[in-house]
Design a protein around this ligand. Structure first.
Ligand SMILES: [Zn+2]
Length: 186
């Protein structure tokens, strides 16, 4: 009865309600042991020529630094803020476009293309709105010290994955399982 989309939404909504704090603390305690070599290996890279993330340079952790220490959290906060700023710009541009478009075209074919333009703009705005919501949820996670940990299993999501998807709330493994399950239900 429920479509694929709905179940996905319901699942995220359900996940939001249970705070991952307890899991996270267990992980934080475990993280004092040198079990993070795997995550670190991928981050040791040359400095120049690195792709910027919304204008921000990728994070290069020190050898022994703790995952999601204050510096890392600030790094991701900056990324999220930069991304949000970019989306705000897009949204205001969209609004202006729509105001400009809002003149009556006498030619029916102009009118038709105007309507597709508006439909497209509305879809864009919908996308932007959803992203902005995710971004503020991620910011809230940073505030509550829960950012960067999988909300399902409590494991570290990892710096590289978070830089690629700053609003990720699942580790790669849980995300993959989720996608497999969703495919099976479809
Ligand atoms: Zn996980």
């Amino acid at each position: 009865m429920a479509s694929k989309k709905q179940t996905g939404k319901q699942r995220t909504a359900a996940k939001k309600t249970k705070p991952p704090t307890i899991q996270r603390k267990a992980v934080a305690a475990a993280a004092t042991k040198p079990a993070k070599k795997r995550a670190r290996k991928t981050t040791v890279k040359k400095t120049a020529g690195e792709a910027l993330i919304f204008g921000i340079r990728p994070y290069r952790p020190d050898k022994k630094e703790e995952y999601m220490n204050p510096r890392q959290r600030e790094h991701f906060r900056s990324i999220l803020e930069a991304w949000r700023g970019q989306l705000y710009d897009e949204v205001s541009r969209t609004v202006h476009n729509m105001q400009d478009e809002n003149i009556n075209h006498p030619d029916p074919s102009d009118r038709a293309s105007q309507e597709t333009d508006i439909a497209l703009e509305l879809r864009n705005r919908d996308r932007e709105r959803k992203l902005l919501r995710k971004i503020s949820q991620s910011m809230a996670l940073i505030d509550s010290d829960d950012y960067g940990f999988c909300e399902k299993c409590g494991e570290e999501i990892g710096l590289r994955r978070l830089e690629a998807r700053p609003t990720a709330t699942l580790c790669v493994d849980c995300k993959t399982l989720d996608e497999i399950r969703e495919r099976q239900m479809a």
